[in-house]
Write a protein that binds this ligand. Structure first.
Ligand SMILES: Cc1cc2nc3c(=O)[nH]c(=O)nc-3n(C[C@H](O)[C@H](O)[C@H](O)COP(=O)(O)O)c2cc1C
Length: 348
């Protein structure tokens, strides 16, 4: 039997949203930062700002809006990331974001995939600062939520410092105060999205220089950040950090965020406690008809680098997809990892 832990009970019963800070954020990641991942992330840190996967304006307007915007109030503070470039559609979706309770609406100007380029979504918009500015202005007029932009430092053929500044100035002029900057260019011709997260070199210096040049803007740095030591270094030059892959593959890292960056207690001492606290949520999702594998795939990294972590991962991978698989798969997997007396809260 499982019971609701004090930490989880406090998340569920807390009707006051924690204030929004962008000092530490988890990046929007398609198929990864689903509502199930975000629930886990929120259990591990009360203060980290979470982002949804990107949802295109077309999908929201013409598709199943409720399904795309569905989230658990326990996930707050939570930002909705939009993909799009039509000002009217962006304004409409910004309103939806507010109606559905999100804390921020973010525009994706960083995704390099061909599919989105063809629809004038993502990084290709770095070549169209006026169009981005028009979209941002329409969103800002339509909602009282903060409107933020996540972008690259450039794209192939438009990768100079002056062009980056022109982009930021135009978009800031339209009402965006917060820029989340992935510190590498995107190469739109010839690299896959994955390669575009690895091959173009990181240039943190330009992000630091943006903060120096525009001290009134909030500048959040993203790209290749893995450890708290690196986070501290970046915080000396910027207003916040955004972690993507590391926060996904090693989610227990998040359990150290509240004490390390917000002066608040860690919600859990061990990943075991955190996973046990998640069991009631998993049970209610299963009861709703959700397939266990859709939830459990986000748990695979929870014991990353710990004794038994591989057995945990393997047990779930081998069993969660079987017909009728339920909560017992998670409990069995958990029993394979020895619980330390007091766990190291992460990774410096
Ligand atoms: C699987 C995956 C999906 C992603 N999807 C999105 C997305 O929907 N929107 C977006 O702005 N960036 C997306 N990104 C990029 C991340 O938000 C982030 O900018 C990038 O991974 C660099 O940060 P990191 O080095 O900390 O991972 C995605 C990255 C990954 C790995």
């Amino acid at each position: 039997m499982t019971s609701t832990s004090p930490a989880q009970a406090s998340i569920r019963s807390n009707t006051v949203k924690p204030s929004l800070s962008r000092r530490f954020c988890v990046a929007p990641m398609m198929d990864w930062t689903t509502s199930h991942y975000r629930y886990l992330a929120r259990l591990l840190s009360r203060h980290t700002l979470l982002y949804t996967e990107m949802v295109t304006t077309g999908a929201l307007i013409h598709g199943d809006t409720d399904r795309f915007l569905r989230h658990d109030p326990a996930e707050y503070p939570l930002a909705l990331q939009l993909g799009g470039s039509d000002a009217g559609e962006l304004a409409h979706c910004a309103k939806l974001a507010e109606q559905f309770g999100f804390d921020e609406v973010n525009l994706n100007v960083g995704c390099p995939s061909d599919r989105v380029q063809n629809n004038m979504i993502g990084a290709c918009l770095m070549a169209h600062p006026d169009r981005v500015a028009e979209g941002v202005r329409a969103m800002a007029d339509a909602t009282s939520l903060p409107v933020t932009v996540k972008h690259r430092i450039g794209i192939d053929g438009r990768d100079s410092w002056d062009q980056l500044c022109e982009f930021v100035e135009k978009v800031a002029g339209a009402g965006c105060r917060t820029f989340i900057v992935h510190a590498r260019i995107a190469i739109l011709e010839g690299l896959s999205p994955k390669e575009n997260r690895e091959i173009p070199p990181l240039n943190y210096d330009w992000v630091y220089q943006l903060k120096q040049r525009y001290p009134h803007l909030e500048i959040i740095i993203n790209g290749g950040i893995k450890t708290f030591a690196e986070v501290h270094q970046h915080l000396a030059h910027t207003d916040g950090v955004m972690l993507g892959r590391e926060a996904y593959h090693n989610p227990w890292l998040l359990a150290g965020v509240d004490p390390e960056f917000f002066g608040a207690p860690a919600p859990f001492h061990t990943p075991h406690e955190a996973l046990r606290a998640m069991l009631p949520f998993i049970r209610s999702e299963l009861e709703r008809g959700v397939y266990l594998g859709h939830i459990s795939r986000h748990l695979l990294g929870l014991f990353h680098g710990m004794p038994g972590g591989r057995q945990f991962r393997r047990y779930i991978s081998e069993n969660a997809h079987k017909a009728g698989a339920g909560l017992e798969v998670i409990e069995e997997a958990l029993a394979r990892v020895r619980e330390p007396e007091a766990s190291p809260i992460v990774t410096a």
